[in-house]
Design a protein around this ligand. Structure first.
Ligand code: OGA
Ligand code: NI
Length: 369
C-alpha cells in the first residue's frame, strides 16, 4: 500500500499514517485501532446528550488569568490543581491572532502531500518529527491520531531543521507561540507555587531555575473516523512532564478527563488554554496536585487538531517531593528521579494510564519497608 512507510530505524513494523487509513478504510477501521470493550468511549460513559446544547454536566474549572498577582487567582488555581488537576485559563495574555496563526500553520502541515510530511518521519530514539505511535511493542493497539513532536527548550536542543519547512508560516508562528506560552507557564507556575504555600518562585527553581526549564510541543492531528465508538485518539494517560498547556479546536470536542471514575468531556472555551498538571508536578508537590488521567475521543464528522505544549523540569536534575512539603505527617511519596530517567520508561512502553507513577510509589514502599 502506498500509504505505508517505514519510518526509519527503530519501529518494530512499518508505520502507517492514520490520515491514510482514514482516507482508505471505508466504513470499518482496521483491527489494530479497535480498543478492548472496557476502554471504548461508548461503553464506559454515556455522554450527556444535553452537553451539546449548552446544558452541560460537570466541567473542569475556568480560571481568569487577567490578574495573575491577585490572591484570588492563586486560590482558584490551587483549588483546580488539587481537585481536578485541570482547568481552562482565560484572559491568559496570548493573543488570539497568534493562537490562530499557530493552529492554521500546523493544520497546513497535516494538509501537505504525504511526500512532504514523510521527510520528517520520526524514530523511537528521540520521537522528534512526524509520528503515528508511541512505544515500540510489536502488535499493540494503536491510537487514532498522527502527531508532530519537537523540542523548544533548552535552546541547545532546539533545531529548526527538524521542524517542517512547509507551510512557510510554520517556523515563525511556532517560535512566537513558544515564547508567549513559556511566559504563561511561568505565570501559572508562580500561582501553583503560592497555592502550595510556597514562595512564587519555588516551583520555577525546582524546574532548574533561569534557563533550566524544558519545553516541547506535540501537535496532534485526529482524522475523521468511521467508527469513533470503537477507538480513541489518545488512550487514557497522564502527562509525564511538568505541566501542559493545551490548545484545542474550539468547535470539536474530544478531550475527556477522569473525575471520580467518570469520564468528563471538556467543553472548550474559545481561545482558552486547557492547563493540566503532569507527573513531575505531582511528584514535586508530593501529590497535593494531581496529574489526572485523560484521553481523546474522535469524531466521524470532523477532524481535530490540538497543540500540546509540555513545560518540564530540567531533564538532568533530580526531581522529588519538595522538602518543605514533607514531614512526619506527610512522608515523601516518591523517590527522586531525573526527568530523563522517567522518560526512558515512557518511551519504551508508551503511555498507559497512571501505571508509571504508581510503580514509583510501590518502589518507595518496597524501599522503605
Ligand atoms: C496529549 C493530550 C489531548 C488532546 O497530547 O498529551 O492529552 O485533546 N492531548 O489532543
Ligand atoms: Ni495528555
Amino acid at each position: 500500500m502506498s500509504s505505508c512507510f517505514n519510518g526509519g530505524a527503530g519501529w518494530p513494523e512499518p508505520v502507517v499514517r492514520v490520515q491514510a487509513v482514514s482516507d482508505t478504510c471505508g466504513e470499518t477501521i482496521p483491527e489494530r485501532y479497535v480498543k478492548p470493550p472496557n476502554e471504548r468511549p461508548s461503553t464506559t460513559t454515556p455522554q450527556p446528550a444535553a452537553s451539546s446544547h449548552g446544558i452541560s454536566g460537570p466541567n473542569i474549572p475556568v480560571v481568569d488569568m487577567s490578574m495573575p498577582d491577585s490572591e484570588e487567582t492563586a486560590r482558584a488555581v490551587e483549588a483546580a490543581c488539587r481537585e481536578w488537576g485541570f482547568f481552562q485559563a482565560v484572559n491568559h495574555g496570548v493573543r488570539p491572532e497568534l493562537l490562530r496563526r499557530a493552529r492554521s500553520s500546523w493544520r497546513g502541515f497535516f494538509r501537505q502531500p504525504a511526500e512532504v510530511r514523510e521527510r520528517y518521519a520520526n524514530s523511537p530514539t528521540t520521537y522528534e518529527g512526524y509520528g503515528s505511535r508511541l512505544g515500540t511493542a510489536k502488535g499493540g493497539h494503536l491510537d487514532w491520531g498522527d502527531y508532530y513532536f519537537l523540542h523548544l527548550l533548552p535552546s541547545s536542543i532546539k533545531s529548526h531543521d527538524k521542524w517542517p519547512d512547509l507551510p512557510s508560516t510554520l517556523r515563525e508562528a511556532t517560535e512566537e507561540y513558544s515564547e508567549d506560552v513559556v511566559k504563561l507557564c511561568r505565570r501559572v507556575s508562580s500561582l501553583m507555587s503560592k497555592g502550595l504555600g510556597l514562595d512564587g518562585g519555588r516551583l520555577h527553581e525546582a524546574f532548574g531555575g533561569e534557563g533550566g526549564e524544558g519545553a516541547c510541543l506535540r501537535v496532534n492531528f485526529y482524522p475523521r473516523c468511521p467508527q469513533p465508538e470503537l477507538t480513541l485518539g489518545v488512550a487514557a494517560h497522564s502527562d509525564p512532564g511538568g505541566m501542559t498547556m493545551l490548545l484545542v479546536d474550539d468547535h470539536v470536542r474530544g478531550l475527556q478527563v477522569r473525575k471520580d471514575g467518570q469520564w468528563i468531556t471538556v467543553d472548550p472555551v474559545p481561545d482558552a488554554f486547557i492547563v493540566n498538571i503532569g507527573d513531575q508536578i505531582q511528584v514535586l508537590s508530593n501529590a497535593a496536585y494531581k496529574s489526572v488521567e485523560h484521553r481523546v475521543t474522535v469524531s466521524a464528522a470532523e477532524e481535530r487538531l490540538s497543540l500540546a505544549f509540555f513545560y518540564n523540569p530540567r531533564s538532568d536534575i533530580p526531581v522529588g517531593p519538595m522538602p518543605e512539603l514533607v514531614g512526619p505527617e506527610s512522608p515523601a511519596m516518591y523517590p527522586e528521579m531525573t526527568f530523563d530517567e522517567y522518560r526512558v520508561h515512557i518511551r519504551q512502553r508508551g503511555l498507559s494510564g497512571k501505571a508509571h507513577l504508581q510503580s514509583l510509589q510501590s518502589f518507595r514502599s518496597a524501599a522503605s519497608s
